[in-house]
Design a protein around this ligand. Structure first.
Ligand SMILES: Cc1cc2nc3c(=O)[nH]c(=O)nc-3n(C[C@H](O)[C@H](O)[C@H](O)COP(=O)(O)OP(=O)(O)OC[C@H]3O[C@@H](n4cnc5c(N)ncnc54)[C@H](O)[C@@H]3O)c2cc1C
Length: 390
């Protein structure tokens, strides 16, 4: 494991303090999208007040160019700070919206944007003035995303986009969405192009916020593109290169959003340990029963394995190595570890674990989402087996 230097430790400590301020301001839980006290969630479920605090934290600009408002941190350092966000922030939806804006839009632009695109958008991503999203999934193409049908046809110095997108995180509140569309019919992966689409562009409509099981403060909607005219200079990474943009963004998205999950698992583990030490039954702390102690050991093993795997993968991605299989393994193992940890926590807390007051129900519901977004568990199995030549 890397030894973190003073600057990195200071950044992480800053995030810890910021999380305490967030909790002190009443943003220590996401509720069920019903406007928990102290939160301005409007109609979207998005915690606008908390987002103002996110903007003040500087977290959104961590990995980006200092000349454009970023902090210039490398990927492992960014993950190190995001892990502290997961550990300290009890609103998993808010953390998910942070990772989504950072990766969907910021990372895509940092790696593939033109200078003009970076100048125009990155400072607003870093400051949080711009909420970002990416639109890949469609009603008929989810796991089979590269069969997407949304089309983009050249018309002079514009592209005309037509189609619809589903399950877009931040969709109802985004200012700019990276829309992946087909520029070559039947062209397979090489027929896909990424477009930066401002949500006030005529022909672009976001659907109503979708009601969902968890991550309630990360609003989600469908998006409709109906003759949406996007200037040709909003293509990101070149025509037919959307697949490469998506591959890169997905690696970052998985490492950043699942290291947040590791922080959440750390917090949950500590709660469970404390509960097992203090809750007594049959005259003894429940942690003295092997059945409970072993559950805690399993939680710890999964947590440490996921943490080490993600940091190792992040280090090697930053060093330019091919981590395609490692990212798939890290995504699979962390998302499943988080679900197991969430379920175990409910069991350790017994009846209390089932009560919303303890917040473990929301954490479990949030964890389940991780087995679906960024490619389901089954799709990660498929990826790994195909990389094994099977
Ligand atoms: C919380 C959340 C946030 C999301 N955010 C975004 C976002 O910001 N942008 C975006 O574009 N999308 C987003 N998505 C959509 C997500 O990427 C898709 O839901 C996911 O890729 C699965 O697609 P699907 O829902 O259409 O399921 P389907 O592809 O219909 O799959 C249904 C089931 O079949 C399985 N399956 C499918 N194909 C195979 C196969 N070949 N082998 C084995 N099993 C298979 C799947 O694993 C799954 O269990 C989000 C989803 C969630 C839940």
């Amino acid at each position: 494991m890397r030894i973190w230097d003073e600057d990195q430790l200071a950044l992480r400590e800053g995030m810890r303090w910021w999380c305490r301020d967030l909790a002190a301001a009443g943003h220590d839980s996401a509720g069920h999208g019903d406007g928990t006290a102290g939160q301005d969630t409007g109609t979207s479920g998005f915690a606008w007040d908390a987002w103002k605090l996110v903007r003040s934290s500087g977290v959104l600009g961590l990995p980006f160019d200092p000349a454009r408002g970023g902090a210039g941190a490398d990927l492992p350092t960014t993950m190190f700070v995001l892990e502290a966000l997961g550990e300290g922030c009890r609103d998993g939806g808010l953390s998910f919206s942070v990772a989504t804006t950072m990766c969907s839009t910021g990372v895509a632009l940092q790696q593939f944007g033109t200078d003009e695109q970076k100048d125009r958008y990155l400072p607003r991503v870093c400051s949080g003035e711009l909420i970002g999203a990416h639109a890949i999934s469609e009603p008929d193409t989810g796991s089979d995303a590269l069969s997407m049908r949304t089309s983009a046809v050249r018309d002079g110095d514009h592209y005309i986009l037509n189609g619809s997108k589903s399950f877009v995180t931040n969709g109802p509140v985004a200012d700019t969405v990276v829309v992946y569309a087909r520029t070559r019919p039947g062209g397979g992966p090489l027929g896909i192009t990424a477009f930066l689409v401002d949500t006030d562009t005529p022909g672009f409509t976001a659907g109503r916020p979708l009601k969902k099981m968890g991550l309630s403060s990360a609003p989600m909607s469908e998006l409709y593109l109906d003759g949406c005219r996007v200037p040709a200079d909003r293509v990101v990474g070149g025509i037919g290169r959307g697949y490469l943009v998506l591959e890169h963004v997905m690696k970052w998205e998985i490492l950043c959003s699942f290291i947040i999950n590791v922080g959440e698992m750390q917090h949950r583990f500590e709660r469970c340990l404390e509960y097992a030490r203090t809750r007594t039954q049959f005259g003894k702390p429940i942690g003295s029963f092997q059945a409970i102690a072993h559950k805690l050991v399993d939680m710890r093993i999964r947590l440490e394995t996921a943490r080490r795997w993600l940091y190792d993968t992040g280090e090697r991605l930053a060093a330019g190595e091919d981590v395609t299989m490692d990212v798939a393994i890290g995504k699979l193992l962390t998302s499943e570890a988080n679900v197991a940890s969430g379920l175990t926590a409910v069991q350790i807390f017994g009846g209390n674990g089932y009560m919303s007051e303890y917040g473990l129900d929301r954490e479990l519901a949030n964890a389940v989402a991780g087995t679906i977004y960024s490619g389901t568990t089954q799709i990660q199995y498929n990826r790994i087996s195909s990389l094994l030549g099977l």
